[in-house]
Design a binder for this molecule. Structure first.
Ligand code: CDP
Length: 215
């Protein structure tokens, strides 16, 4: 019974950072499930797939030829670590993630990340749909203001320009789509610990998750 730590939450809540650090501390594998939706989006954009063609998009997801090497993400032989992070891909990912056939197509792939000695899974439905038997489920949240601020600093830090009003609007649109979709809507599992990271550092969040795991 390979242990899973499911970390779910809204966009820019710090899940990615916290999940990666927890995985590192425990020497567990890491599943960045958002990357799978982004890879599907990138692949579909490149093949000029009609974004309303659910069946065609599910096919793309089903045949995703991706691999994760350290912090890098590959599509076939190509390193797409940066390419999947651009805004257009994120937006497309958020849209196609609402399609049941796409989610279904990525189901089995996600389960295969559960290998010894353990897995930290980061996403929206890790504790509710993909790994309902996870040993620990954490729902990481933060206020909209705190999340927008973090994203702002992240973008500026990477040399991109950013506008706070646009970021807030984008965050709210994404929250809306994630929580209102018919399949796997974003919500904490009944047995999840809620962790509000608005006023704590990523390090403090990591320590809290590790304490809960050790309980
Ligand atoms: O943090 P951010 O919203 O930028 O994106 P992400 O975690 O990389 O995920 C990209 C998109 O995939 C999100 O907008 C979610 O709508 C979707 N997603 C999902 O539906 N289920 C997951 N388990 C992970 C991501």
């Amino acid at each position: 019974n390979i242990p899973v730590i499911a970390i779910d939450g809204p966009t820019a809540s710090g899940k990615g950072t916290v999940a990666a650090k927890v995985a590192e501390r425990l020497s567990f594998h890491l599943l960045d499930s958002g990357a799978l939706y982004r890879l599907t989006a990138l692949s579909a954009i490149r093949r000029a797939i009609d974004m309303s063609d659910e069946h065609a998009l599910a096919k793309v997801a089903e045949h995703l030829n991706c691999s994760f090497v350290g912090h890098d993400v590959f599509l076939g032989q190509e390193n797409v670590t940066q390419a999947i992070r651009v805004e257009e891909v994120g937006n497309t990912a958020s849209r196609i993630a609402a399609l049941p056939a796409v989610r279904q197509a990525l189901f089995g792939l996600q389960l295969r990340f559960r290998t010894a000695p353990g897995l930290v899974a980061d996403g929206r439905d890790m504790g509710t749909v993909i790994f309902p038997t996870a040993k620990l489920k954490v729902f990481l949240t933060a206020s909209v203001a705190a999340r927008a601020e973090r994203r702002y600093k992240q973008l500026i830090g990477k040399g991109f320009s950013a506008n706070m009003d646009d970021l807030l609007a984008d965050l709210q649109a994404r929250d809306e789509r994630d929580t209102k979709r018919a399949v796997a809507p974003l919500a904490p599992a009944a047995d999840a610990y809620i962790l509000d990271s608005s006023n704590i550092t990523a390090e403090q969040a990591v320590e809290q998750v590790l304490r809960w795991y050790a309980e």
